[in-house]
Each structure stands twice: as C-alpha cells, then as structure tokens.
Design a protein. Structure first.
Length: 321
C-alpha cells in the first residue's frame, strides 16, 4: 500500500523493447497525489507503451514501476479497483442505453459513485436513456469518461479525453478534470492539444524517441526557453530606420514588427523610452513568453509531431479491454 504523502506513480529506468528496438528507453519520473500530470510526445514517442505499463496492460523489459504502491504487472484486482481508465478508442455494446452501461460498469467496483450524478457531470443528462448506437463521436467520448469515473478511482488515466469534442464540450471536460483535482484525485493525461495540457497540467513530461526530453510545469518549461517575442506596429509617420537599437532578432511583416529577444524587459525599456522621447505611441505593443506549444515544437520538431521517427516502432492502438 502507498504511504501517506508518497508518490502515486514512481517510474525508474523504465525500458520496453519490441524486437530489439526500444520503444521506451530509460524513462524516470514520479507523480504526486492530487496532481494532473500530462505525458506528451509525437506518435511513436513511447506514450502509449508507458501508459499501458502503468495500467498493468503491458509488461516492461526493465526498470521499476510502482503505482498506488503496486507493481502494476502483478497488482491484480486490488490494483485495478483503485484506478480508472479512459481509453482513446473504446468499444461498447451498441444496444445498451447510456445509463444501463454506466450501471453495468458500476457493478465491477466495490466502491462507486451514483450513476446519474456521473452521467450529469460528463454532460450526458439528456442522453441518459439513449442507446449507445445513437451517440455522436463526442458523446461517446463523454461516455468513456463516465465509465472511467464510475468506480470512484484514486488515479485516473485519460488518453486523449477530448478528441472529437466541440469547444464547449472541451471546456466542460476541462472543468471536470479540474474538479477531480479539487477532490484530491490524481490524473495522468495524454493529449495532442498543447493548450489542453497547458491549461490542465500541474506538470508536463515530453517524450521524444522513448526518452524524457523535458519535465516541469508549463511555466518552467516556457521559462527554459529564454527568448520572448515582443510584437508592435510602427507609429504613424515613423520608418523602421528611426527605431532605436534593440537587442534581438527583428522580423517585420508590413507595419507589424516581431522582435525575438532573450531580454524582453530591456527591449521594452529601450522601445518605450524612445517612444516617450518622441511623444508617440507604439501601437499593439505586446510581450509573449514561450508557450508550451513553442517548447514542444522546439523539442520534437514540426515533422516529428506528425510522422513516425525513423527507426522507431509504431505503438499499438488502444481499445477498451
């Protein structure tokens, strides 16, 4: 059993080989109680393999893994009763109604939540008596979420939970995850939406080629990239040649300028001081720190975000077990 205050997930030197190729190569991290932890990376980076090992659905080649005090490879029923899993691609019996299916899954757990309350919380109240075959793709994802929550898990695995959601449904799902954090639940999240990870995650791990490329809060990862972007438009009647010397790399598009600089405070001081001396306003002046998406693209590259890296093995698709 996990000691009070101890990590919910501990991974040390995790490795998984497929045919002599390492899908996961020496991965180490931990997840604290009540934390929303996002695992990010391009296709083939090792996310699915890592999550399946943590869930107990795939055996590791080497390394130590502890989840809620269990080795998930041997944890058995006692382990599975304490976790919830929302898979990327689930299969349902199409003839069940939403409520019938949630009630059925509720019976699998010794501790559970009220089915109607769970259905309401995921935004399916008006589909309570609808058959699964009549649900849209986004509604099926909400049903996935309900089935993951019904057993009142201490730890919830969310694999691409808002795929197929419209913007309103995504926001409701975010509020639900935030509510789980408030209740002290621990969430491990995978997503390809960087804004989702930046909004929800307390910490983020970025995998590249089966290895840990970055780990920290979204703010820490952004601060690790020292360059910021100062954007402004030239004041009326002012030419680019009139601008003061600025520490950075300027890029102009028409009247709009973007200055990439490791010293945004100094750049702003120079620019605003110059404007005050001339008695002009600098239109549309903004400073943007690097976002999580900027950090991600720096680490994995735009091509890696959409293509399998050379020499890597494709990770198996996941379905409800």
């Amino acid at each position: 059993m996990r000691e009070a205050g101890g990590a919910v997930i501990t991974v040390e030197g995790l490795r998984k080989d497929y045919g002599g190729v390492a899908a996961v190569d020496g991965l180490s991290f931990s997840v604290a109680p009540g934390e929303v932890f996002a695992l990010l990376g391009p296709n083939g980076a090792g996310k699915t393999t890592t999550v399946e090992i943590l869930e107990g659905h795939r055996r590791r080649t080497a390394g130590d893994v502890q989840v809620l005090g269990f080795d998930p490879a041997t944890g058995g029923r006692g382990f599975r009763e304490r976790i919830g899993i929302v898979l990327q691609d689930a299969g349902f019996d199409e003839e069940f109604t939403v409520r019938e299916l949630v009630v059925l899954y509720r019976g699998l757990y010794p501790r559970s939540l009220d089915p109607d309350a769970v259905i309401d919380s995921v935004g399916l109240a008006d589909k309570r008596t609808a058959r699964v075959k009549t649900l849209s793709g986004g509604q099926r994802r909400r049903l996935d979420l309900a089935l993951g929550l019904i057993g009142d898990p201490e730890l919830l695995f969310l694999d691409e939970p808002t795929t197929g959601f419209d913007p309103s449904a995504r926001r409701r799902a975010w509020e639900l995850v935030e509510g789980l954090r408030d209740l002290g639940k621990t969430v491990l999240l995978t997503t390809h939406y960087m804004d989702e990870a930046e909004h929800l995650a307390d910490r983020v791990a970025i995998l590249v080629g089966g290895r840990l490329a970055a780990l920290g809060t979204p703010a820490e990862l952004g601060a690790g990239r020292h360059a910021a972007v100062v954007t402004f438009r030239l004041p009326a009647g002012v030419d680019a040649a009139d601008l003061p010397p600025l520490d950075g790399v300027p890029a102009a598009e028409g009247l709009e300028w973007q200055l990439t600089t490791p010293s945004p405070t100094a750049a702003l001081h120079t620019l605003t001081g110059w404007a005050l001396e001339r008695g002009v306003e600098v239109p549309a002046l903004t400073v943007r720190r690097p976002s999580l998406e900027d950090v991600y693209l720096d680490l994995v590259g735009e091509q890696a975000a959409v293509e399998e890296p050379a020499g890597r093995v494709a990770e198996p698709a996941r379905g409800r077990r």
